[in-house]
Design a protein around this ligand. Structure first.
Ligand code: ZN
Ligand code: ZN
Length: 249
């Protein structure tokens, strides 16, 4: 592997004390458009295999600067954890002849139990096997492997949804630290060039974790996570239907 990569920082807003959820929808959609542009540019680099987007907010999330910002890192390899998730999606695709995430959206939006919010273009769910209290995943309803396919209308819809969910978390947990990460497929032509992965089977999504508990010895020793808040209760709370379930770890 070549020692090569890229790391970019996007300044979300000129205002020092704001969070994403404080931005007007149009301004947040503009941040998403900028992220999409940069992801596309990094995916055009011949050396890049995977482009990762993430946001650390607050000290406990690992943030080293206070000013609201989003980071993009492109790597010449597909990181192990991402590869595991892509492989799981491939196995499911081979078995069911359809996308695992499309199926998950269909099941979660019709069952309603873990559905946090739904718009014309996106669904936000508290995942069945949530690792952290109040973990939320946001997925586009239409199958799309890579974030760079996000168009203007989807950007506005996603901005609205992010504002609602992050705003609810901010109000409920007194402006908690959080991590927001993008999971997406490998660089679009990577599969074809390396012949490793089934192209197009992944379905991009955002994962949001308010930092309310700490991963400790058991988690680091096993990769298994203890989560005291059932996702159904988290979804009810984030929909505004239930009182807070205290995390006791
Ligand atoms: Zn899909
Ligand atoms: Zn994921």
């Amino acid at each position: 592997m070549d020692g090569i990569g890229a790391h970019e920082v996007i300044i979300d807003t000129p205002l020092h004390s704001l969070d994403l959820s404080d931005l007007p929808t149009a301004a947040l959609a503009e941040v998403l458009r900028m992220i999409g542009d940069r992801v596309r540019a990094l995916e055009a680099e011949g050396w890049s295999a995977y482009v990762q987007v993430f946001k650390n907010k607050g000290e406990a999330s690992g943030a080293s600067i206070v000013h609201p910002h989003t980071q993009i890192v492109a790597t010449p390899l597909i990181p192990g954890q991402v590869r595991d998730e892509i492989r799981a999606a491939e196995r499911a695709f081979k078995r069911d002849h359809r996308c695992l995430f499309c199926r998950l959206i269909e099941e979660e939006t019709s069952a309603d139990e873990r559905l946090v919010r739904r718009s014309d273009r996106f669904a936000a769910i508290a995942p069945f096997a949530s690792r952290f209290p109040y973990e939320v995943h946001i997925l586009p309803l239409l199958h799309a492997p890579n974030f760079s396919s996000l168009n203007g209308g989807e950007g506005i819809d996603l901005a609205d949804m992010l504002r609602a969910i992050l705003g609810r978390m901010k109000a409920a947990f007194s402006d908690p630290p959080y991590n927001l990460v993008l999971h997406q497929g490998a660089r679009p032509d990577f599969s074809a060039t390396r012949g490793i992965l089934l192209p197009g089977v992944f379905h991009w999504h955002l994962e949001i974790f308010p930092v309310l508990t700490r991963a400790a010895g058991f988690e680091w020793g096993t990769g298994l996570f203890i989560n005291p808040v059932p996702p159904e209760a988290a979804a009810r709370f984030l929909r505004g239907e239930q009182e807070l379930v205290q995390a006791e770890i």
